[in-house]
Design a protein around this ligand. Structure first.
Ligand SMILES: O=P(O)(O)O[C@H]1O[C@H](CO)[C@@H](O)[C@H]1O
Ligand SMILES: O=c1cc[nH]c(=O)[nH]1
Length: 234
């Protein structure tokens, strides 16, 4: 199988540490505002990927699209074809827990899911997709040093964004789930399969209980605390 299916890059174009926003324009924003000598290595499907340096360290940032099927494609290709070793999602999420506020940063220790993908992979066994502890601890320490108090815990990776009837979010909140997003369970599972490190850091873009929202522009550009924590991790 050609390796140039969804990422059209050459060997060595992509760093071992890759930041993974769902939104490709968030990847562009990071390249333009944080990376030195940033070069765009991928434009296939508009899913931008850039490599540059941050404080002298080579780092890449690759858009993943929305949902588990989409991030699964990018993460598989980054690991198998380009040698990625540290995969750090920087996403947005909807808070479902009263202890979480809009624009809070959540570090996902684990990811529950509404998806049937892992039930199929594990023949019915309930696998628990889990963050890499070393990346998680470092991210937490960096956030605290920057004066940010991140929430650390379980997120819910949903298959559907519009899923109001099907998922009992109150029940999830009662069991300590902090927020919903759409990629982390697949990222953690695929990284574990290949023995590489993964972490999801997500910023609360909307609050499902209070109804507060951020604008698309804010989502694209103002989640800078999360971006800086992820870049420091690199
Ligand atoms: O902002 P991103 O990283 O795309 O993450 C969240 O936003 C999208 C839904 O609007 C889903 O991909 C969800 O996981
Ligand atoms: O997946 C997501 C992301 C942000 N907000 C939500 O409600 N869901």
């Amino acid at each position: 199988m050609s390796k140039h299916l969804h990422i059209m890059a050459n060997d060595g174009d992509i760093a071992e540490t890759v930041l993974l926003p769902g939104d490709p324009l968030r990847a562009k924003f990071i390249a333009e505002n944080y990376l030195e000598d940033a070069k765009c290595y991928n434009t296939v499907r508009g899913m931008y990927g850039y490599t540059g340096t941050y404080k002298g360290k080579k780092v890449s940032v690759q858009g993943t699209g929305m949902g588990m099927p989409s991030i699964s494609i990018y993460v598989n290709e980054l690991i198998k074809f380009y040698g990625a070793k540290n995969l750090i999602r920087i996403g947005s999420c909807g808070a479902i827990n009263k202890d979480v506020k809009i624009r809070d940063i959540i570090i996902a220790m684990s990811a529950s899911t509404t998806s049937g993908v892992n039930k199929r992979r594990f023949s019915g066994l309930d696998y628990a997709p889990t963050a890499n502890f070393s990346l998680l601890k470092k991210a937490y320490d960096i956030a605290i040093e920057k004066g940010i108090e991140p929430k650390v815990g379980n997120v819910l990776t949903t298959d559907l964004f519009y899923d109001d009837e099907a998922t009992d979010l109150k029940l999830c909140a009662d069991y300590g789930i902090l927020a919903v997003e759409m990629e982390t369970a697949e990222l953690y599972t695929t990284a574990a399969k290949h023995g590489v490190n993964a972490l999801s850091i997500v910023t609360v873009s909307d609050h499902i209980i209070t109804g507060e929202v951020t604008t698309p522009q804010e989502r694209q550009e103002t989640f800078t605390d999360m971006m800086e924590v992820a870049l420091e991790l690199a």
